[in-house]
Design a protein around this ligand. Sequence first.
Ligand code: ADP
Ligand code: MG
Length: 511
Amino acid sequence: MLKKVYGSAVFGVEATTITCEVNVDTGVGYHLVGLPDNAIKESNYRIAAALLNNGYRIPGKKITLNLAPADLRKEGSAYDLTLALGILSASGQIKSENIEKYIIMGELSLDGSLQPIKGALPIAIKAQEEGFEGFILPKVNAKEAAIVSDLKVYGVENISEVIAFFDKGQALEQTIIDTREEFYRSLDFPEFDFSDVKGQESIKRCMEIAAAGGHNIILIGPPGAGKTMLAKRLPSILPPMTMHEALETTKIHSVVGKIKNMGLMSQRPFRAPHHTISDVALVGGGAYPQPGEISLSHNGVLFLDELPEFKRSVLEVMRQPLEDREVTISRARFTVTYPSSFMLVASMNPSPGGYFNDPDAPVTSSPAEMQRYLSKISGPLLDRIDLHIEVTPVPFEKLSEDRKGESSVEIRKRVTAAREVQTKRFNGLDNVHYNAQMNTKQIREFCKLDGASKELLKNAMERLNLSARAYDRILKVARTIADLDKAADISGNHIAEAIQYRSLDREGWLG
Ligand SMILES: Nc1ncnc2c1ncn2[C@@H]1O[C@H](COP(=O)(O)OP(=O)(O)O)[C@@H](O)[C@H]1O
Ligand SMILES: [Mg+2]
């Protein structure tokens, strides 16, 4: 008998329905065809054991399993459940009316329990689009699939439940979540809040500017100064994600199987990969492409702690995606694109020993060591970082104060207001939504200075020996400061503040 059951394959962040045709006939043999990878080829061992342990078996007949479309490469172990149900159904061991109305996926353990799958959300989106009635999958992935409306989502723990559902009509518990309600409820409760940070008012101000204009930022300070603590809190002051952004971000995390028992992500992601990270892990790739850290940070923050410690090649491969806001990975048979629009926060010690120009420092570095350390970050990547700020540790008395700082939700209100001004400003322009994205032409148009401000900037550039590349960055940042100030025009005050955030352009640093 021939039966069809349905599974799904994920490419990039989109899914394609896979038809599993199962034919059981007289004779002997077990043939799995249609470009399966090794994990799928091994599925027969898992299926055999899982069926035996639940009172069923792979019949001693000629079994042909075909995964279609045949030209699409299928990977992973998530077709175990699909194929197992197909075998039971085609060999007449269970009734299987309406089985073709479901997408059925899950990896089997030998006892028949189900292991999580990757990409449940894109699979559910595709299933709904193609008019499937339901999606049966491992329970841990049910919530992320249940984001999709108009699709019945059944999270199961063991193959026995799925068998009972089709064979005996025993109901499965449907996973229903109120996506909107959950989404909006969690918006005002950031995991990490700026109110936990004592003192550091000027740094918080700088991070507010970064958030308001979408400016990449580098924090320079000795160990223990609070750099990591501050960086972690940046997502909490960015404007709340829209439903659309949340869906995009959740999809990417779903594809790598990073979502467990959770629906739509409502908080912007914060990713902090270690400096030993490989190129592939950072930007994505691999034989079966997977998104990297820059895509897991999509719509959120990528924190590169101790920037000069990263391999140069790693920083190089990040340049293009940083510009394009997406990364494309090409393979012989296909190409996938992952979005990667993130804010970059970097940190560094002022010197390889951790300190700079500090007579009390426990370790000091020679000028040659300093030069080598700093040269690793100079150039193209640094060119994309608008704000440099020095973080000095807050004194002990400040740390022990009880007074709470301003909350992230309060700061976020000002950031959101400034973003709205920018949305209006760039209305109708394709590639620019906030100030940090302005190109040279747009800077000339939107960051006009009056005579006095021009003079101020010129003098400062000479006095502080600022490089030419600093000029455009100061203008962009000044535009954001003016937006936070609700000012139509950039004034001298705005310029003066923006100039302060160029520490690395000054002499003694990168020169
Ligand atoms: N301004 C601050 N307010 C409250 N705690 C702070 C502050 N600065 C540092 N800390 C404490 O010191 C710890 C170390 O800070 P961390 O962010 O890891 O420093 P860094 O990344 O610069 O080495 C933090 O976990 C936090 O408990
Ligand atoms: Mg740190």
